[in-house]
Design a protein around this ligand. Structure first.
Ligand code: EPS
Length: 383
């Protein structure tokens, strides 16, 4: 139904995404997409590359006079750094520049050259790079604009970097954006943010890197997105897969997540209430808005953990992929910490999954048919 693909190397001329399946008649605000692209570039701990780039999406097809046509939409984000890499990343001619042969532990480097039978690790790292996520954020920006027509919003924030945690009671999903208030780590807790920044500075000083956890909330959904009837239709399945598809993500939890291991059933489940004003409601949300593979109408709460970036300025031991000599891993310009950027990517991937689930449930080649179906369903359920 809704599908997309990205293309492009980190230091190639551009990133491209083609997305198909959005209904015709959706108003597209390119500024909103560009705002998310800018948010993804920010974050304390990002490296020199972000000073070069200024990501902007250029729509090449599928939109006319500000509205989708129902056909494939092509988005292009140009890499400004391409100007410095034209020789080394040329599509034709003889190999140019030094090849990378010291595989970085934790990166795609070693397995990539084995699998694709390449001599130069750059042939792998260029596509494995998280630069690719800029294209996904642009696609997510389109998906968010479909979600907006249903009043659904996706927000995110960072909860832990290098063991510096936020104070949980300070979290209010409905005012995350106000709470973030210009934070350059996407953190709602200013004390925790200071500790996070200190941890990043310390890591940088040692030539090291840091990972962390971000949290996503999907607000104002309705019950019934996804389905209990088949494994691959469960919304949990699709959200988890989407999160795990993001570079460097190593774990995902929904709602109480791994915390369920410490709870009794009587503590773990969200009791159900009803009144005329709210209809069915719950006073707790351990389930993170998902029961039986379906959204239940409560906020969908997702957390994902990002491992520390594998490019270390104080490198780890490794092996040269040509000589098989024991060497130190390749070092090149990189980020110290990119968790706040990953949170924006997580938002985008979540928006894409929710948009897909909405289109599956409500169909519609035109936005009018789609929103009418959503309205009708919300009326039936009273929410
Ligand atoms: C990345 C390495 C760095 C990061 C990059 C991801 O790029 P460069 O090698 O050009 O310094 O900045 O992330 C981005 C370019 C981005 O837009 O997020 C890597 O090896 O994964």
């Amino acid at each position: 139904m809704l599908r997309f693909m990205t293309a492009g190397e980190s230091h190639g001329p551009c990133l491209t995404a083609i997305i198909e399946g959005l209904p015709a008649g959706l108003n597209i605000d390119i500024d909103k997409i560009n705002k998310d692209l800018a948010r993804r570039q920010q974050g304390y701990g990002r490296g020199g590359r972000m000073k070069i780039e200024q990501d902007k999406a250029d729509i090449q097809s599928g939109v006319r006079f500000g509205q989708t046509l129902g056909g494939p939409i092509t988005l292009v984000i140009r890499n400004k750094d391409w100007a410095n890499w034209q020789d080394r990343m040329s599509v034709s001619g003889q190999p140019h520049g030094e090849s990378v042969t010291a595989a970085r532990p934790g990166h795609a480097d070693l397995t990539g050259v084995q699998k694709y039978q390449r001599q130069d690790i750059r042939d792998i790292l260029e596509r494995a790079s998280a630069r690719e996520t800029a294209a996904r954020v642009a696609v997510g920006g389109l998906a968010k604009q479909l979600l907006e027509t249903c009043g659904i919003k996706v927000v995110s924030h960072v909860t832990n970097i290098g063991g510096a945690y936020i104070d949980r009671p300070k979290v209010d999903y409905h005012s995350i954006e106000e709470l973030l208030n210009g934070s350059d780590l996407s953190c709602i807790d200013t004390d925790a943010e200071e500790r996070m920044k200190q941890a990043i500075r310390d890591a940088k000083e040692r030539g090291d890197t840091l990972g962390g956890i971000f949290e996503i909330a999907v607000l104002n959904t309705m019950p019934g997105l996804g389905s209990h009837v088949q494994w691959d239709r469960r919304l949990d399945t699709r959200i988890s897969a989407a999160m795990m598809s993001i570079q460097a993500i190593k774990g995902v939890e929904i709602g109480e997540g791994f915390g369920y291991a410490n709870l009794l059933g009587s503590q773990a489940h969200d009791e159900i209430f009803y009144n005329d004003e709210l209809g069915y409601y719950r006073k707790t949300n351990h389930a993170g808005g998902l029961e039986g593979g379906m959204s239940n109408g409560e906020p969908i709460i997702i957390r994902a953990v990002m491992k520390p970036i594998p490019t270390l300025m104080t490198p780890l031991a490794s092996v040269d992929v040509l000589s098989h000599e024991q060497v130190m891993a390749n070092t090149e310009r990189s980020d110290v910490c990119a968790v706040s950027a990953a949170a924006v990517v997580g938002e985008a991937m979540t928006a894409i999954v929710i948009a897909e689930a909405l289109l599956e449930k409500f169909g519609g080649d035109s936005l009018g048919d789609f929103t009418a179906a959503v309205r009708n369903y919300r009326e039936r359920l009273g929410r």
